[in-house]
Design a protein. Structure first.
Lengths: 295, 308
């Protein structure tokens, strides 16, 4: 099991100009994209069976849902940035793994649902993170929805529930015998600018929304470098409160719980703002032999 | 350009897909569906030539987005209630109005843009409203998003810009707000037959709001928005905005004939179909403590001022 914090601003796919995406860009956000390139090369060297992603852009209020059909072919148009992201995708799902995770979560008392409507449109968070990690799309995925317990209860309740979901995921993965890459698809601080440059990839306009967000982002990254993930999860409710952090969706907490709250250093592949939000790419590699000091 | 736009009626309808996809599963959902059908008939009889929708289930970040695709076609599936079925649609949008609305927004200091992309994900609330209220695309429509960061001043200016564009084009308009009342759903799957409002408190507040609507007191509800947000709205966004927009768009007063056609639970949330018809006279205005606003000046940069 390997874990990736993999933010999903559609800007990075837009900047890559892959053939699947309709708009054309002149580039941009290289610090983040080059970090993703390094990580994608690492993943090419690793033997794994599927990617499991928890995405905050499939928002469910009635339990946690899992993609439950083998293939999804469609166009994904970002509702926020349709000018940047209109991506034609052909996604293969590891339904067996999804069902195993669903069943393990249900056994743990978590409200769950398999999503089996063939017309369902896979969210752009899943697509952006998975494309940047594996642009060949040669691994099946499992997508898990983000239950909005932060909205309904509190950041603390979210932490508890996402931890339970992560514990269940760990049991399902261990029982399956599969090698899995886990993905928490989100940024750190998450306050956006509400205007956009005429040329979105004009990097002279890009910066963090405010210094407070930056300080919080750096605090978390420092703790990740030191392997203090139990402590990170403990202060996450405060960070979410202060920075509107997208970890509110439960991705990081879920992934850390599934990995047993790593106490070893994270690999940091990059940090950059995108339309004001703070985005870090980080990896938790439990294999000391392949773990690197990247940045 | 006429000074006052001709708004024939305003509707407040819920965003949930149950009345469209599964009205037979619950008597309340069925009554909501009948109320939608009644509104559809009244719209057909109204001679309106534009349906303008403000949908709380279409969030935006970069300013305010306005749907301008002349014929959006897709099959929509709800994130939570996907098991109820798919919602194939083909709508007819009023591109001219969409562009005019954008220009009016910009003239009042708002950041706005039109969107016209094949496959753009029109939200559940808008799809439900358009399929039930305008099933044959008899009149062209337009949809405006709900910016997640916007608050009262911005919403009111957004509504006034909608009026500006109506006046400029001389449109005869049905205004539709797509929003729940209380918006806390049950967090578990329920037997549809067991649906009810999530809590007595939500129900009590919903009924108070409906009393205001029934008396045509739209501006009073607008002025109560912050209380409503604090009392019965799950804090997904910064504020309860639909009444601000609706009042600013239809006219910031209480001179309406109100009619609550249905009020029912939708997986615990409060769903109501309400009609407001502009009228002469009404219950009168109260003393309001929040200023009106004509132009949006953006962030006030208070952090950079008055440094200690």
């Amino acid at each position: 099991m390997l874990g990736c914090l993999a933010p999903h601003p559609p800007h990075v796919v837009y900047a890559e100009n892959p053939e699947q995406n309709e708009p054309f860009s002149e580039g941009g956000w290289e610090t983040l994209r080059w970090g993703y390139h390094m990580l994608a090369r690492k993943l090419k060297e690793i033997d794994y069976d599927c990617i499991v992603v928890l995405t905050p852009h499939w928002q469910t209020y009635v339990g946690t849902h899992f993609l439950g059909l083998e293939r999804f072919q469609n166009i994904s148009v970002d509702p926020i940035f349709p000018n940047l992201f209109r991506f034609n995708h052909d996604i293969t799902v590891d339904v067996e793994m999804a069902e195993a995770m669903h069943d393990a979560a249900a056994e743990a008392g978590i409200i769950t649902k398999m999503m089996r409507n063939p017309d369902f449109r896979v969210d752009y968070g899943t697509i952006v993170s998975c494309h940047m990690l594996n642009p060949d799309w040669d691994k099946p995925i499992v997508t898990i929805s983000s239950n909005r317990s932060t909205h309904y209860y509190s950041n603390e309740v979210m932490n508890e529930q996402a931890t339970a979901l992560g514990d269940a995921a760990m049991k399902a993965i261990e029982a399956s015998g599969k090698k899995v890459v886990l993905v928490a698809s989100h940024s750190l601080s998450h306050r956006h600018f509400v205007t956009e440059a005429p040329l979105p990839e004009d990097m002279s306009r890009e910066h963090i929304y405010n210094h407070s967000q930056y300080v919080w982002d750096m605090k978390l990254i420092d703790m990740m470098r030191r392997g203090e993930m139990r402590e990170v999860i403990d202060i996450l409710p405060e960070m979410i409160e202060q920075t509107m952090a997208e970890a509110e969706g439960g991705g990081l907490t879920w992934m850390m719980a599934a990995m047993g709250m790593p106490d070893y250093p994270a690999e940091i592949y990059g940090y950059q703002s995108v339309i004001g939000t703070g985005n870090a790419i980080a990896v938790w590699d439990p294999n000391e032999a392949t773990r690197q000091l990247v940045l | 350009m006429s000074e006052e736009p001709e708004i024939v009626l305003g509707l407040y309808v819920p965003p949930h897909p149950q009345p469209l996809l599964a009205p037979e599963q619950n008597e309340g959902w069925s009554r909501l569906r009948e109320a939608f059908d009644t509104c559809r008939q009244r719209i057909e009889e109204s001679d309106a030539d534009l349906m303008l929708i403000y949908s709380t289930t279409w969030p935006s970040i970069v300013g305010h987005q306005i749907q301008a695709h002349p014929k959006p076609v897709f099959t929509h599936v709800d994130d939570d209630f996907h098991f109820l079925g798919s919602m194939p649609y083909e709508f007819h949008m009023d591109e001219e109005y969409a562009e005019c609305y954008r220009e009016a927004c910009e003239a009042r200091g708002l950041h706005a843009r039109t969107v016209a992309y094949d496959g753009f994900p029109i939200d559940t609330g808008s799809v439900v409203a358009l399929k039930l209220l305008n099933p044959d695309n008899r009149i062209p429509a337009c949809i405006v998003s709900s910016n997640v960061y916007s608050n009262r001043a911005e919403q009111i200016v957004l509504g006034k810009a909608a009026r500006d564009a109506m006046s400029t084009l001389g449109k005869k308009v049905v205004v539709v707000v797509v929003a729940s009342l209380s918006n806390r759903m049950f967090t578990e799957h329920i037997d549809p037959a067991d649906d009810r409002i999530h809590s007595a408190k939500d129900d009590e507040w919903n009924r108070k709001i409906l009393e205001f609507f029934d008396n045509g007191r739209l501006e009073d509800i607008s002025q109560l928005s912050r209380d409503i947000q604090g009392q019965i709205r799950v804090s997904k966004v910064v504020a309860y905005k639909p009444a601000w927009w609706m009042a600013a768009t239809m006219g910031q007063h209480n001179n309406y004939d109100g009619e609550v056609l249905a009020y029912e639970a939708l997986h615990g949330a409060g769903g109501a179909v309400i009609q407001l018809t502009p009228a002469k006279g009404g219950v009168g205005d109260k003393e309001f403590d929040e200023d009106d606003v004509e132009f949006y000046h953006g962030d006030r940069s208070v952090l950079d001022k008055g440094m200690l």
